[in-house]
Design a protein. Structure first.
Length: 218
Protein backbone atom coordinates (compact mmCIF):
# COMPACT_ATOMS: atom_id res chain seq x y z
CA UNK A 1 0.00 0.00 0.00
CA UNK A 2 2.79 2.39 0.88
CA UNK A 3 4.61 1.60 -2.34
CA UNK A 4 1.47 2.28 -4.37
CA UNK A 5 0.83 5.49 -2.45
CA UNK A 6 4.41 6.65 -2.92
CA UNK A 7 4.24 5.96 -6.65
CA UNK A 8 0.92 7.83 -6.95
CA UNK A 9 2.36 10.87 -5.17
CA UNK A 10 5.52 10.77 -7.29
CA UNK A 11 3.49 10.46 -10.49
CA UNK A 12 1.25 13.33 -9.43
CA UNK A 13 4.24 15.56 -8.70
CA UNK A 14 5.84 14.57 -12.00
CA UNK A 15 2.73 15.46 -14.00
CA UNK A 16 2.26 18.71 -12.08
CA UNK A 17 5.88 19.66 -12.76
CA UNK A 18 5.53 18.81 -16.47
CA UNK A 19 2.32 20.85 -16.70
CA UNK A 20 4.02 23.80 -15.00
CA UNK A 21 6.91 23.60 -17.46
CA UNK A 22 4.49 23.57 -20.39
CA UNK A 23 2.76 26.68 -19.07
CA UNK A 24 6.13 28.37 -18.63
CA UNK A 25 7.34 27.53 -22.13
CA UNK A 26 4.00 28.51 -23.68
CA UNK A 27 4.19 31.83 -21.81
CA UNK A 28 7.73 32.40 -23.15
CA UNK A 29 6.57 31.70 -26.71
CA UNK A 30 3.58 33.98 -26.29
CA UNK A 31 5.74 36.83 -24.92
CA UNK A 32 8.20 36.44 -27.78
CA UNK A 33 5.41 36.72 -30.35
CA UNK A 34 4.04 39.78 -28.58
CA UNK A 35 7.45 41.41 -28.36
CA UNK A 36 8.11 41.03 -32.10
CA UNK A 37 4.51 41.78 -33.10
CA UNK A 38 3.77 38.29 -34.29
CA UNK A 39 0.33 36.67 -34.33
CA UNK A 40 -0.85 35.48 -30.90
CA UNK A 41 -1.02 31.84 -29.94
CA UNK A 42 -4.53 30.42 -30.00
CA UNK A 43 -6.13 27.61 -28.02
CA UNK A 44 -6.59 25.38 -31.10
CA UNK A 45 -2.81 25.55 -31.52
CA UNK A 46 -1.90 25.19 -27.86
CA UNK A 47 -4.20 22.33 -26.94
CA UNK A 48 -2.93 19.61 -29.34
CA UNK A 49 0.67 20.32 -28.35
CA UNK A 50 -0.28 20.30 -24.66
CA UNK A 51 -2.19 17.01 -24.93
CA UNK A 52 0.58 15.24 -26.88
CA UNK A 53 3.24 16.56 -24.51
CA UNK A 54 1.37 15.58 -21.33
CA UNK A 55 0.54 12.11 -22.66
CA UNK A 56 4.20 11.60 -23.52
CA UNK A 57 5.38 12.96 -20.17
CA UNK A 58 2.97 10.68 -18.29
CA UNK A 59 4.05 7.67 -20.32
CA UNK A 60 7.71 8.43 -19.61
CA UNK A 61 6.93 8.27 -15.91
CA UNK A 62 5.27 4.88 -16.38
CA UNK A 63 8.39 3.63 -18.18
CA UNK A 64 10.61 4.31 -15.17
CA UNK A 65 10.86 0.62 -14.15
CA UNK A 66 11.72 -0.34 -17.76
CA UNK A 67 14.13 2.36 -18.94
CA UNK A 68 17.12 3.82 -17.09
CA UNK A 69 16.31 6.91 -15.05
CA UNK A 70 18.82 9.14 -16.96
CA UNK A 71 17.05 8.20 -20.21
CA UNK A 72 13.69 9.28 -18.76
CA UNK A 73 15.09 12.61 -17.56
CA UNK A 74 16.91 13.33 -20.81
CA UNK A 75 13.81 12.55 -22.86
CA UNK A 76 11.69 14.84 -20.70
CA UNK A 77 14.18 17.72 -20.87
CA UNK A 78 14.50 17.35 -24.66
CA UNK A 79 10.73 17.68 -25.06
CA UNK A 80 10.52 20.65 -22.69
CA UNK A 81 13.24 22.54 -24.58
CA UNK A 82 11.49 21.75 -27.86
CA UNK A 83 8.17 23.23 -26.73
CA UNK A 84 8.66 26.98 -27.35
CA UNK A 85 10.17 26.57 -30.80
CA UNK A 86 7.42 24.07 -31.65
CA UNK A 87 4.76 26.62 -30.70
CA UNK A 88 6.32 29.58 -32.53
CA UNK A 89 7.00 27.49 -35.63
CA UNK A 90 3.46 26.13 -35.56
CA UNK A 91 1.99 29.62 -35.22
CA UNK A 92 3.94 31.52 -37.84
CA UNK A 93 6.89 29.39 -38.98
CA UNK A 94 9.38 31.19 -36.73
CA UNK A 95 12.28 29.40 -35.08
CA UNK A 96 13.84 32.04 -32.81
CA UNK A 97 17.54 31.61 -32.17
CA UNK A 98 17.04 31.90 -28.41
CA UNK A 99 15.07 28.64 -28.48
CA UNK A 100 17.09 26.71 -31.05
CA UNK A 101 20.39 27.63 -29.37
CA UNK A 102 18.95 26.63 -25.97
CA UNK A 103 17.93 23.31 -27.49
CA UNK A 104 21.43 22.85 -28.91
CA UNK A 105 23.14 23.82 -25.64
CA UNK A 106 20.85 21.47 -23.72
CA UNK A 107 21.99 18.57 -25.88
CA UNK A 108 25.65 19.40 -25.34
CA UNK A 109 25.10 19.71 -21.59
CA UNK A 110 23.25 16.39 -21.53
CA UNK A 111 26.19 14.70 -23.26
CA UNK A 112 28.56 16.14 -20.66
CA UNK A 113 26.62 14.66 -17.72
CA UNK A 114 27.36 11.22 -16.23
CA UNK A 115 25.68 8.28 -17.92
CA UNK A 116 25.42 9.92 -21.33
CA UNK A 117 25.21 7.55 -24.29
CA UNK A 118 27.28 9.85 -26.50
CA UNK A 119 30.50 11.51 -25.29
CA UNK A 120 30.50 15.30 -25.16
CA UNK A 121 33.17 15.55 -27.86
CA UNK A 122 31.15 13.32 -30.20
CA UNK A 123 28.02 15.39 -29.50
CA UNK A 124 29.83 18.63 -30.29
CA UNK A 125 31.45 17.23 -33.44
CA UNK A 126 28.22 15.76 -34.77
CA UNK A 127 26.28 18.96 -34.13
CA UNK A 128 28.90 21.12 -35.85
CA UNK A 129 28.97 18.82 -38.88
CA UNK A 130 25.16 18.87 -38.99
CA UNK A 131 25.20 22.66 -38.79
CA UNK A 132 27.64 22.90 -41.72
CA UNK A 133 25.74 20.39 -43.87
CA UNK A 134 22.36 21.96 -43.08
CA UNK A 135 23.72 25.42 -43.87
CA UNK A 136 24.98 24.15 -47.23
CA UNK A 137 21.59 22.59 -48.01
CA UNK A 138 19.91 25.85 -46.98
CA UNK A 139 22.18 27.83 -49.29
CA UNK A 140 21.38 25.56 -52.24
CA UNK A 141 17.63 25.54 -51.50
CA UNK A 142 17.45 29.32 -51.23
CA UNK A 143 19.78 30.08 -54.14
CA UNK A 144 18.14 32.59 -56.47
CA UNK A 145 14.78 32.16 -54.75
CA UNK A 146 12.63 35.17 -54.00
CA UNK A 147 11.30 33.56 -50.82
CA UNK A 148 13.34 31.62 -48.30
CA UNK A 149 12.72 27.88 -48.60
CA UNK A 150 14.74 26.78 -45.58
CA UNK A 151 15.25 29.15 -42.65
CA UNK A 152 18.34 29.57 -40.50
CA UNK A 153 16.32 28.30 -37.54
CA UNK A 154 16.05 24.89 -39.20
CA UNK A 155 19.84 24.77 -39.46
CA UNK A 156 20.21 25.39 -35.72
CA UNK A 157 17.45 22.88 -35.01
CA UNK A 158 19.27 20.13 -36.91
CA UNK A 159 22.51 20.95 -35.11
CA UNK A 160 20.69 20.72 -31.79
CA UNK A 161 19.10 17.42 -32.73
CA UNK A 162 22.55 15.95 -33.47
CA UNK A 163 23.77 17.22 -30.11
CA UNK A 164 21.02 15.23 -28.37
CA UNK A 165 21.00 12.06 -30.47
CA UNK A 166 23.61 9.89 -32.15
CA UNK A 167 23.81 10.85 -35.79
CA UNK A 168 21.94 7.79 -37.10
CA UNK A 169 19.05 8.38 -34.70
CA UNK A 170 19.07 12.09 -35.60
CA UNK A 171 18.82 11.21 -39.30
CA UNK A 172 15.88 8.89 -38.61
CA UNK A 173 14.18 11.60 -36.53
CA UNK A 174 14.72 14.22 -39.25
CA UNK A 175 13.38 11.83 -41.90
CA UNK A 176 10.35 11.05 -39.72
CA UNK A 177 9.69 14.75 -39.24
CA UNK A 178 9.94 15.39 -42.98
CA UNK A 179 7.53 12.54 -43.69
CA UNK A 180 5.02 14.03 -41.26
CA UNK A 181 5.49 17.43 -42.93
CA UNK A 182 4.85 15.87 -46.33
CA UNK A 183 1.77 14.05 -45.06
CA UNK A 184 0.33 17.24 -43.54
CA UNK A 185 1.07 19.16 -46.74
CA UNK A 186 -0.69 16.47 -48.76
CA UNK A 187 -3.75 16.40 -46.50
CA UNK A 188 -4.08 20.20 -46.28
CA UNK A 189 -2.90 20.87 -49.85
CA UNK A 190 -0.49 23.50 -48.60
CA UNK A 191 3.13 23.16 -49.79
CA UNK A 192 4.76 24.90 -46.83
CA UNK A 193 4.63 23.24 -43.41
CA UNK A 194 6.69 23.99 -40.27
CA UNK A 195 9.34 21.38 -39.48
CA UNK A 196 9.67 21.76 -35.69
CA UNK A 197 6.08 20.64 -34.83
CA UNK A 198 6.46 17.61 -37.12
CA UNK A 199 9.76 16.70 -35.47
CA UNK A 200 8.20 17.18 -32.02
CA UNK A 201 5.32 14.90 -33.02
CA UNK A 202 7.72 12.26 -34.31
CA UNK A 203 9.79 12.29 -31.10
CA UNK A 204 6.66 12.03 -28.97
CA UNK A 205 5.45 9.17 -31.15
CA UNK A 206 8.70 7.28 -30.58
CA UNK A 207 8.36 7.78 -26.81
CA UNK A 208 4.74 6.61 -26.84
CA UNK A 209 4.85 3.68 -29.27
CA UNK A 210 8.49 2.60 -29.48
CA UNK A 211 9.98 3.46 -26.07
CA UNK A 212 12.52 0.65 -26.39
CA UNK A 213 14.23 2.78 -29.04
CA UNK A 214 15.14 5.33 -26.36
CA UNK A 215 17.51 2.91 -24.64
CA UNK A 216 21.03 3.45 -25.92
CA UNK A 217 20.02 6.71 -27.62
CA UNK A 218 19.37 9.16 -24.76
Amino acid sequence: MMTSLTYSVTAGLWLAGCAALFVLQAFRARRFLQLYEGPPLTWPQLMPVAVIYMLTAGWLMALLPVLPEPTIWRSAVLLVLALPMTLTDLRCQWLPMRYTVSFWAGGLLSAALPGAVMPWTASLTASLVAFALSAAVRGLANFRQQEERIGLGDVYLMAGLCAWLPWRSAVYAAAGGLLLCSLCALLTRKPSKPFAPALFGYLCGVCLFFPQQLAGVL
